[in-house]
Design a binder for this molecule. Structure first.
Ligand SMILES: Nc1ncnc2c1ncn2[C@@H]1O[C@H](COP(=O)(O)OP(=O)(O)OP(=O)(O)O)[C@@H](O)[C@H]1O
Ligand SMILES: O=P(O)(O)OC[C@H]1O[C@H](OP(=O)(O)OP(=O)(O)O)[C@H](O)[C@@H]1O
Length: 203
């Protein structure tokens, strides 16, 4: 196993470029990503970069493989991982919403989502009795086809909803990208992490 000064977990996809740019701007000497298919970047003794799926970022940070990472609040709201969340980075803004077919006021018995923990918590808080069906993409299709009476999904511009002819019944949570830090690393690598957190907090 190679040893690194610091290991950073970033999600591939939508927020990668802004996350990478924000950390670089804050002075972190991130390795260049020449080939996005490569999953681990960086030289021994320097900063290592792990390219992950969104959901896996809190897992790597909680278990201490990476000392820090960037991930959407939506993912944290659906995660049971315990990480320190010191900075709201502001980009990647979207919301988690309850979506239904227009005019459908029937009781919700089945709800489809990519966010099963968040949705189960919502049901519990509201005392709603419904089955949560976990899907991995194109969630709106579940409401369109009748697979579910409602879905919980990400809305950004609303274009996908409009195209599907569905309605946003309620905004359940707002989301932006967050810096997350391993709790133990915050103590052990304080000299490295504290100034970085302070710089990322600056607008
Ligand atoms: N329109 C949007 N759709 C989905 N996520 C969005 C959107 N706008 C902003 N986001 C934010 O960007 C993050 C990353 O989204 P991205 O589409 O890259 O991931 P994904 O394809 O949903 O996940 P996976 O890692 O499983 O491929 C989301 O977790 C969310 O915080
Ligand atoms: O409000 P909008 O700007 O239209 O964005 C919201 C859409 O974007 C996401 O899908 P994504 O493209 O990530 O595909 P997925 O359904 O496979 O996750 C999300 O699941 C919505 O479908």
């Amino acid at each position: 196993m190679r040893r690194y000064l610091l290991t950073v977990a970033l999600p591939k996809g939508r927020i990668f470029a802004e996350a990478y740019g924000a950390l670089k701007k804050a002075g972190l000497d991130l390795p260049q990503v020449e080939d996005e298919r490569a999953l681990l970047h960086g030289k021994e003794g320097g900063v290592a970069l792990l390219l992950l799926r969104n959901k896996d970022v809190p897992v790597y940070v909680d278990l201490g493989i990476a000392e820090l990472g960037v991930v959407g609040k939506d993912i944290l709201l659906d995660s049971d991982r315990d990480v320190y969340e010191p900075v709201d980075l502001g980009f990647g803004a979207c919301r988690l919403s309850l979506i239904r077919r227009p005019g459908d006021t029937s009781p919700i018995r089945r709800i489809a989502t990519k966010y099963p923990l968040f949705t189960a918590r919502l049901l519990k808080e509201r005392g709603w009795v419904a089955d949560v069906v976990e899907l991995s993409g194109n969630i709106e299709l579940a409401a369109l086809t009748g697979l579910a009476d409602a879905v919980v999904d990400v809305v950004q511009t609303g274009a996908t909803l409009r195209a599907a002819g569905l309605v946003e019944v309620e905004v359940l949570a707002q989301s932006t990208a967050r810096l997350i830090v391993n709790r133990q690393a915050l103590k052990l690598k304080r000299a490295l992490l504290k100034p970085l957190i302070a710089r990322l907090r600056q607008p």
